[in-house]
Write a protein that binds this ligand. Sequence first.
Ligand code: GCU
Length: 445
Amino acid sequence: MKEERTKRRFRWYWIPLGLIGLILLLIGGLIAFLHSMLPWQNLLAATSNMKVELSEKQKAYVTGGERDYSTLPEVLAAEDGTVITDTQQFEARREQILELFEENVYGPLPKDGFETSFEVVEEGEALDGAAIRKQIRITVSTGKGSSDALMLLYLPNTGTPSPVVIGLNTGGNHAALDDGNILVSYSYDADDEKIQEERGGRAYRWNIRDSIARGYAVATIYSGDFAPDNRDAYGTRVISLFDEEEFKAVGAWAFGLMRGIDYLVTDEGIDAAHIAAVGHSRLGKAAIWAGVNDTRIGMVISNDSGNSGASLSRGNRGETVCSINKVFPHWFCSKYAQYGKNENELPVDQNLLLAAVAPRLLYVASAEDDLWADPQGAWNGLMAAKDAFALYGLPVLPDSEEQPPVDTPLWCESMGYHVRSGWHDMEAADWEFYLTYMDTYFRDR
Ligand code: GCU
């Protein structure tokens, strides 16, 4: 009788049900694990670069949240709070701004204790005679040793000095133009077959042919020659020559741009009074940081530089201080992470960095679908920086809470801005605006 009751309680379908439950549990655990390994932010960071359409839910995630600027630092306020009324006072403020960014965001930038030397390792005519191609080995040496970077430079073949646009690249020099003579960047790690496939693959991003036709030289160096973009291995190459622990990748890339300029100012084909530094995205952050530190740069171009670039951190949209430090801890000094979800405590915001470019020229560009880089935040950053340019007697863009319409640039003698239709990238349409701005406001400045 007892045995019978036990038998009745057991149901055959418990076995498959149990198995299904177990499988669901395993899948749930796996998803939770992957989610913690690859947080939302990474996924969105990737989609913004890979041109994947964001769902409405994802869009809400990057565009939602508060945009509270009540604690935004004032550009024209001295350390003791007094209002800055002349350029001499602003020069002191500028020094203070640089120190604050070194201490809280990018880490210190080596100013001495190193030497830079050069060797032109290859030179030839290019682009059917329209250009001279030069490839220059840049050697940085300190007491610890030396490390090399390879700069690729195209000069208009005009016999007169040309203004130049210099920017670092992430794809290796060989990708910047379809020119079989381009040497492979020293730290670029790929086999021959891959290099052949990649040759010229980023030509659209470097616009060399068109820039040469318009009378501009273009120089580029692979960012990895200064610091590999890898959280575990960033401390190799040029960056390894310095003992300062808080000298991180964005700092090393800015430093690299400056070493490229060390060469450019010695080249007779370059008009050293007209050097523009450009950078896309992570390298846009580095271009601004180089631009505020190196006054040989007469114009700074930030292309989709996003969080910790031109976009205000206090906007709290798209990428945040919290997520950028989690995903890219090797880009910034370690103190920066403390301000994640705590932006109001940051003694700076990116408007101060943009202001420190004054009275040199500043161009900020965004892309409409690049919500991760927070285009509106970049516009707000520019608006909150412009008092510094006005202090130098320069005309500035009119006050507006709204960005100009898509593909309609706004320019004046101190600054430019556009939001291009499309994705996170640097394209011919961006260059068209940059070069026309340079023709109008920079070339003869
Ligand atoms: C990621 C990162 C951004 C960066 C971008 C890029 O999206 O989150 O901060 O600007 O990569 O360099 O393309």
